[in-house]
Design a binder for this molecule. Structure first.
Ligand code: ADP
Length: 264
């Protein structure tokens, strides 16, 4: 690690002393490198579908102008690429919004069991297509947290969607429990776990999974419509709620993501 120290000398008046300011800019430099990486990643992620769109527009204007079958096929690909850009922009906006809200702890009382049921219903078509059964277990009728309902819905959607997309055909289990004393939490908390029984993730990837645009298998993520931002958004929302997140995975057995949130 290199540290650069800038030093500003403030004029002294004889007999009244000298003020010297030292500023450690290594953190600023790191933030600047991260910002540049982020912009490069976003540009790359947007450019890929954009290039495809422009290419197909050219083909439709030229060689494929009178080929009806090709036109339908190309329009379908173009709609997919457009959808990919739309998802990316939506996720980028969500990420920037949660980052902006980071200091303000949400204040609403949110009932989690009902929220999970509603997310499960919304994901029924995706689960059906992937031949996945989503089970929900909860030891109470109502479980309250202090939070932001839209952001908590997004956390649940991202986790369950990933379990369905990457877990393969079979079952996904959602378990909700609490309120109870939880490790690493000051007051009582609630626990939410989403488990799949898919191929699992090699442990070398686990520490980086919540980084923006980090994917274990880029090709598969793109094929599944992933933006690479889902878990980064989850991490930021959980942090804003003063909660904790733990990812556990075993190759060949599956993946389990546990979120702990302060109870309301
Ligand atoms: P994406 O939009 O690509 O799904 P995420 O941030 O949600 O991005 O997830 C990051 C990566 O973590 C994914 O690309 C995938 O490789 C891996 N991943 C996430 N959830 C699971 C899971 N349940 N099983 C296996 N791999 C997963």
């Amino acid at each position: 690690t290199s540290y650069e120290v800038t030093c500003s000398y403030v004029d002294s008046v004889v007999g009244q002393g000298v003020v010297v300011c030292f500023q450690d800019i290594s953190l600023l430099e790191k933030a600047e490198i991260m910002r540049r990486d982020f912009v490069a990643n976003v540009s790359h992620e947007l450019r890929t579908p954009l290039t495809a769109l422009l290419g197909f527009i050219e083909t439709l204007r030229g060689p494929a102008r009178n080929d009806e079958a090709a036109r339908d096929r190309f329009l379908e690909i173009m709609a997919n690429e457009g959808g990919r850009m739309e998802r990316l922009v939506k996720d980028l906006l969500s990420l920037s919004q949660v980052e902006g809200d980071a200091r303000m702890r949400p204040t609403e009382r949110v009932e989690m069991f009902g929220l999970i049921q509603s997310v499960r219903n919304a994901l029924t078509p995706l689960a059906r297509d992937a031949r996945v059964q989503v089970n929900l277990r909860c030891d109470q009728d109502e479980v309250f947290v202090q939070g932001d309902p839209d952001q908590l819905r997004q956390v649940l959607t991202n986790l369950v969607e990933n379990a369905i997309k990457y877990g393969g055909a079979g079952e996904v289990d959602i378990t909700l429990s609490g309120p109870a004393e939880m490790e690493n939490l000051r007051g009582p908390g609630i626990s939410l776990t989403v488990t799949d029984h898919g191929p699992g993730i090699d442990e070398l990837h686990l520490p980086r999974l919540t980084e923006r645009f980090y994917r274990v298998d880029s090709h598969r993520s793109r094929e599944m419509g992933g933006t690479g931002l889902g878990l980064a958004i989850v991490k930021h929302i959980v942090n804003r709620h003063r909660g904790r997140m733990r990812i556990a995975s075993t190759l060949g057995e599956g993946t389990s993501i546990r979120i702990i949130l302060p109870a309301a």
